[in-house]
Design a protein around this ligand. Structure first.
Ligand code: NAD
Ligand code: TYD
Length: 351
């Protein structure tokens, strides 16, 4: 495969994946299709935008005829699909947008791939990037999500991702489309939109703003460094089994309140403040509706079959991440002011 379509490549995880693929595979052509919603930011890809094996197309994956044209124009042979609405709180406010992009958008891409490849499945692949949230919520304890855990989504976000996963598998079972699916735990790292817990809280600590902890802060998430996630995607894309699902996670569970205290300490230290002096910013607020108590991933299949392991400890990853946000205040200011969108809208509407 040479012509690879990555959707959602201007987002958080997508931009890390585009960077890895463009640099690691100079003989591939990486076509990044992104609608540039509030979460998409071409500034995330400044270091690769001029590379000769990289192309950007501003497009909505829900636009089926445009997707057909893109498959045709670039002779697309492989797809890594990340484009999605990704924030649970937004899904509670506007579930329609989530059904539209995550379900109908995925269906539009599946159908475009099926038509373009027309039964010639050899060396063709549709890889769908999904989340552990489709498995629902675990009780406190040692139980982990495996690849065979029954789907039990609770939020409009996870319901829409679950639905898209089912469509991807249905295209494999019904038409024979070669697919792979991975379900990953919560990611953290650079270029994450500051509505998600970690970048939001780092930015708020810096500006002495309240840190809104939902409920009692007892919810547990399993955190993985984003560069380890995209290394896993690369490995699964090239060496995973067709039709299979892989769970991705670093066996790194944190209760929100414990994670927040660590974040406060590191951020205070890096800002030259006494460690813990920003603890007073922690503010308990009303819980998120339907808030899943605990996510935890068993990624042993990926380790045993493909030899993947996280490259960084959480201590190393979180230190690097806090440093990155503190050193990139301009990036944070741009994405919170919306200036970046105006700039790129002008640039791409001229085309
Ligand atoms: P993100 O919100 O940062 O980025 C999503 C990207 O998709 C943006 O660039 C946006 O412009 C683009 N997009 C949205 N709607 C589109 C549309 N209709 N057409 C074309 N492009 C569109 O998301 P992320 O955190 O990078 O997540 C990427 C994928 O990984 C998602 O599918 C998400 O469900 C999955 N995932 C995320 C996490 C996580 O912790 N962030 C964990 C597991 C899985
Ligand atoms: P988030 O980063 O939104 O990811 P997800 O909901 O997909 O797990 O939230 C991570 C955890 O942090 C989740 O349990 C909700 C909680 N949270 C807060 O307590 N306060 C906040 O302001 C945010 C954004 C999240």
């Amino acid at each position: 495969m040479k012509n690879i379509l990555i959707t959602g490549g201007a987002g958080f995880i997508g931009s890390h994946l585009v960077r890895l693929m463009v640099n690691k595979y100079p003989t591939y052509r990486i076509v990044n299709v992104d609608k540039l919603t509030y979460a998409g930011n071409l500034a995330n890809l400044k270091d690769v935008e001029k590379m000769s094996n990289y192309v950007f197309e501003k497009a909505d994956i829900c636009d089926f005829s445009l997707m057909q044209a893109i498959f045709d124009r670039y002779k697309i042979e492989g797809v890594i699909h990340l484009a999605a609405e990704s924030h649970v709180d937004r899904s509670i406010q506007d579930p329609f947008a989530f059904a539209q992009t995550n379900v109908m958008g995925t269906l539009s891409l599946l159908q475009a791939a099926k038509q373009a490849w027309n039964g010639q499945w050899e060396d063709r692949l549709f890889y769908h990037v999904s989340t552990d949230e489709v498995y629902g919520a675990l009780k406190p304890g040692k139980e982990l999500f495996t690849e065979t855990t029954k789907y039990d989504p609770h939020s409009p976000y996870s319901a829409s991702k679950a639905s898209s996963d089912h469509f991807v598998r249905a295209y494999h079972d019904t038409y024979g489309l070669p697919i792979k699916v991975s379900n990953c735990s919560n990611n953290y790292g650079s270029y994450q939109f500051p509505e998600k817990l970690i970048p939001l809280f780092i930015n708020n600590i810096r500006h002495n703003k309240p840190l809104p902890v939902y409920g009692k802060g007892d919810n547990v998430r399993d955190w993985l460094f984003v560069e380890d996630h995209v290394r896993a995607i690369d490995l699964i894309f090239h060496r995973g089994k067709i039709g299979d699902t892989y769970n991705i996670g670093g066996f790194n569970e944190w209760r929100n309140i414990d994670l927040i205290k660590v974040l406060v300490k590191i951020t205070d230290r890096l800002l030259g403040r006494p460690e813990g002096s920003s603890d007073h910013l922690i503010t308990f607020v009303a819980d998120r509706a339907g808030h899943d108590l605990r996510y935890a991933i068993d990624s042993n299949k990926l380790k045993q079959e493909l030899g993947w392991e996280p490259s960084l400890s959480f201590e190393e990853g979180i230190e690097k991440t806090v440093k990155w946000y503190l050193e990139h205040q301009e990036w944070l200011d741009n994405v919170t002011s919306g200036d970046y969108q105006k700039y790129y809208e002008q640039m791409y509407n001229k085309k």
